[in-house]
Design a protein around this ligand. Structure first.
Ligand code: PRX
Length: 653
């Protein structure tokens, strides 16, 4: 609790308010909609949209095109929601097919830029043809409606193509971030029982070539269900090949027609599974369905980032995470936007790479993470200052709380004091923005401001009473269209994790405060999940990776505040009998976690100890370890089975 109180006080001192830019607000999509409905203020809009069935029906009429009209907007049997029941729909119809009937087909959908500087534009028509070829290729490999396809690809346009090709034929994609290890990829493929995997030969990251096909081969040795692998040729250097299993993308695509009928799906059929960290070692397979997800993502993007015909949208996230799924692939394509996809690392090879790209591509809306902002901040404001970036009109932030200092830097040096910052709070589970400013919302640096229309977010105390101006649990009281449709093959875990704390109310797992103006201040995860550079990593995942090393007996992993990444990982490791601590072993263990999970999960620090504090029931007391490690008051240790282990933490070698 000591930590929470401190956070609240720090945030309370943040009193700056930035009023909306009148011109931007007056010409915004949301304002046009409000006028149409006779609404004048944000309060009136939020009030009116509390009738969620009315609101989402209005938006569905505006944004979605069903093959067969739905009977009901919502069927809610908590914790199971069905949206647009009776409707027949496919998200690919809205993202691609229907654009072929208009001039949109000749507009640019994606501008790709490789790390080495080459660029390529893809029109909607070109996307359509390639998606159809790959969809037909998947069919030729025996993929059918409802089958799972694993995708392990970096930031290439072929990644959205692969996703849309799956969705087009009714297959369920599961994208695994290309920074994950082969073990992590294989684990996810086994969990969702994927039939086919799609990958590429190599890609570039920070000037280095990553041999993704080799990693895929290693994963395939462990993935029991995958029968075929499609390999996109990014650079053409030789790769190892398994005849009969491996197929070159360009060869298999060339054999196919560029027309492929889109599967008419039930509106609630599954679109994808995306794994995210939970409190146990096993990641959760979050499921999203076609129509509700399409509506939630498209509505939020249209209103929050105000996408209009002339915009150039750059969501600088990786498609391997939900941000890329929702806001690089599906929502922008439904809205017919022009988006930038960049393969490489920020600030590479020069510190101003991003700012130079914003100017060269005429980016109007830029969406990134606080970690990226802080990294740029450290490199110095002289880099964004070299570029006027006159095209920019709106900025965005996602993934973790943005500290007011980083907010101000972003606003001043990137936005040149002219662009609002949309600090969007949401999760893999929610599918789309939930708490976020609109172009008409006064901003407070560090706050995600207020719930999106139709989203009933509150802060509850332990007993389930709504509270103001005190830290509590962030909850959502009513269903929303993009909400997760359970966890893959694990209904019990779905109910336990999200719906068991409060009756018929979704528990987000974030500690939050709502101020007297109804503004939300997210303070971080309440559960044993860390947020490292905007990526969720379960403490227990890293602990199990460490314990899987033959020299480790036990491990406790905590997050420490980190200037750049928000949180950094520290591990306390108990070695097996007879094993001596050493620098080599420390490096070996870091590497081992990299292999088991991926580089992002490697602890920054590893301390060797004789014991870790535990409860009498054997639960590792991470709260106590963390307090000791960061020099805070440890509090009551009387419930510990081994209070002396607390001192061990202080003496870790
Ligand atoms: O703790 C919150 C934090 O990221 C978590 C969700 O992580 P993930 O499912 O990986 O999705 C990240 C991208 C949507 C949340 O529970 N988080 C996300 N956005 C914000 C945030 N914390 C504070 N402010 C945000 N804007």
């Amino acid at each position: 609790m000591a930590e929470e109180k401190k956070d609240i006080q720090v945030l309370l001192s943040e009193k700056r308010v930035f009023e909306p830019n009148p011109e931007l607000a007056a010409n915004s999509n949301v304002m046009a909609w409000m006028k149409k409905h006779g609404l004048n203020t944000l309060d009136e809009l939020l009030e009116k949209c509390q009738d969620i069935e009315w609101f989402w029906k209005e938006m569905a009429d505006e944004l979605l095109d069903f093959y067969k009209p739905y009977d009901k907007v919502l069927e809610w049997d908590a914790p199971w929601a069905k949206w647009f029941t009776g409707g027949e729909y496919n998200i690919v119809h809205d993202a691609l097919d229907r654009h072929m009937k208009t001039d949109k087909k000749n507009d640019v959908c994606f501008v790709f830029e490789g790390e080495t500087g080459e660029t390529k534009e893809w029109t909607y028509a070109e996307m359509y043809s390639e998606v159809n070829r790959i969809a037909n290729a998947l069919k030729s490999l025996g993929v059918k409606k409802g089958d799972r396809v694993g995708i392990y690809m970096p930031m290439l346009v072929e990644l959205p193509i692969a996703m849309l090709a799956c969705a087009k034929i009714g297959a369920i994609h599961s994208v695994v971030f290309s920074g994950f290890s082969p073990t992590a990829f294989a684990e996810r493929m086994n969990d969702c029982e994927a039939k086919v995997a799609i990958t590429c030969d190599h890609f570039w990251r920070r000037g280095k070539k990553v041999a993704l096909k080799d990693q895929t081969d290693a994963a395939m040795d462990m993935a029991k269900t995958v029968e075929h692998v499609i390999v996109y040729k990014r650079d053409g250097d030789p790769v190892s090949w398994t005849e009969g299993r491996d197929h070159w993308w360009h060869e298999i695509a060339a054999e196919q027609s560029d027309e492929c009928e889109t599967e008419r799906m039930d509106a609630n059929d599954l679109l994808y599974i995306l794994y995210t960290s939970g409190t146990t070692g096993r990641p959760k397979g979050i499921q999203h369905a076609h129509a509700g997800y399409a509506l939630g993502t498209a509505t939020t993007l249209k209103w929050v980032f105000d996408l209009q015909e002339k915009d150039v949208w750059w969501c600088a996230a990786d498609i391997g995470w939900v941000t890329g799924h929702s806001y690089i692939v599906y929502a922008p394509m439904i809205l017919g936007a022009k988006s930038v996809i960049y393969e490489g690392a920020p600030a590479y090879p020069e510190a101003d790479r991003w700012w130079e790209m914003v100017e060269r591509h005429g980016v109007t809306v830029l969406y990134t993470s606080p970690t990226a902002v802080r990294a740029h901040m450290r490199l110095g404001e002289e880099h964004p200052q070299k570029h006027a970036m006159k095209s920019l009109r709106i900025l965005g932030s996602v993934g973790e709380p943005i500290n007011p200092e980083a907010w101000m830097w972003y606003h001043t040096y990137v936005g040149k004091d002219n662009c609002p910052i949309m600090d969007t709070w949401w999760q893999t589970e929610t599918g789309h923005f939930m708490i976020t400013p609109l172009p008409i919302t006064p901003l407070k640096p560090g706050s995600g401001t207020r719930p999106f229309p139709g989203i009933s977010a509150k802060v509850y105390d332990e007993e389930g009473n709504p509270i103001t101006n005190a830290g509590g649990n962030l909850v959502i009281e009513k269903p929303w269209p993009g909400m997760l449709r359970g966890l893959y093959k694990d209904a019990e875990r779905y109910k336990n994790v999200y719906w068991s704390r409060y009756d018929k109310t979704y528990l987000a797992g974030d500690v939050t405060r709502m101020d007297e103006d109804g503004y939300f201040w997210i303070q971080g995860r309440a559960d044993d999940v860390l947020n490292v550079a905007g990526h969720r990593i379960g403490n227990s995942e890293v602990e199990s990776a460490l314990v899987s090393h033959p020299k480790v007996a036990e491990a406790a992993v905590i997050g420490k505040p980190h200037e750049l990444k928000g949180e950094s990982l520290s591990a306390f490791v108990v070695l097996r009998k007879g094993v001596e601590p050493s620098e080599e072993l420390r490096a070996e263990l870091r590497e081992h976690v990299g292999v088991e999970i991926g580089k992002i999960a490697r602890p920054d620090e590893i301390g060797f100890v004789n014991d870790v504090p535990k409860t009498r029931s054997g639960k590792i007391m991470r709260r106590v370890i963390r307090a000791k490690a960061i020099g805070e008051e440890v509090g009551d240790t009387s419930t510990l089975a081994n209070p002396e282990a607390v001192e061990e933490i202080g003496k870790a070698k």
